[in-house]
Design a protein around this ligand. Structure first.
Ligand code: GLN
Length: 207
């Protein structure tokens, strides 16, 4: 994966709740125009969207039906998405502990807050990279930090979903075509973010 020129790209960050501002900064650092998405009209201007971490129950309450329907249609049609933490919970097929509604945009199952109280927040200085991950990221990008905050655990991945990074054996970055889903927070690690760059590469390759 190489770094691409992203000056012309306008990317949206779902900005209903959570740490959308940190994603916006990362994307701006990579040269994107960033807009905050709150309604379905905002989707018309963007070429990809970030669904940030935060509190998935609150985000579900704030997500209006038009926006959810339009977004789901676009994602199913190949629109590039980067989901992190609560964003992954929103996209999953099944959500457990407790059961919760979700958009069913990505064929994975998740358990919320799965790492227990003592591990509600932790930093893995270097996530484990899988063979697929090694093919996806350039050698200089193989050392990726993982900031976990009350993270969900991905308990099942569907057939076409590739695992790119793991932590203690659990998938923590998965990809299915246009969708990139991280249970950690790449927007909170300092410096260059290979995960955001990969998402921007999806956009550049999506004509
Ligand atoms: N525990 C949160 C939830 O269930 C997710 C935490 C996060 O996004 N950092 O929505």
């Amino acid at each position: 994966m190489s770094q691409t020129t992203t000056t012309q790209i306008t990317v949206g960050v779902l900005s209903l709740q959570g740490d959308f501002a940190a994603h916006a900064s990362k994307l701006s650092e990579l040269g994107c125009n960033v807009i905050e998405v709150r309604s379905s009209a905002d989707l018309e201007q963007i070429r990809g969207i970030v669904i940030p971490g935060g509190e998935s129950t609150t985000m579900l309450k704030l997500l209006d039906r038009n926006l959810a329907t339009q977004l789901l249609k676009m994602i199913r049609g190949g629109f590039p998405v980067l989901a992190t933490c609560a964003g992954v919970i929103l996209l999953a097929k099944h959500v457990r502990r407790p059961e919760q509604e979700s958009l069913d945009a990505l064929d994975i199952d998740v358990e919320r807050n799965a790492y227990g109280r003592q591990l509600q927040s932790s930093i893995a200085s270097q996530l484990e990279i899988t063979a697929e991950g090694k093919k996806t990221f350039t050698a200089s990008q193989h050392s990726i930090e993982g900031v976990f905050i009350r993270a969900p655990r991905i308990t099942r991945t569907g057939q076409d979903t590739q695992t790119l990074l793991t932590s203690k054996g659990d998938p923590v970055l998965v990809r299915k075509h246009n969708i990139l889903a991280a249970t950690f927070h790449p927007e909170l690690s300092p410096g260059f973010s290979p995960v955001h760059q990969l998402f921007l590469n999806f956009i550049s390759n999506n004509h």
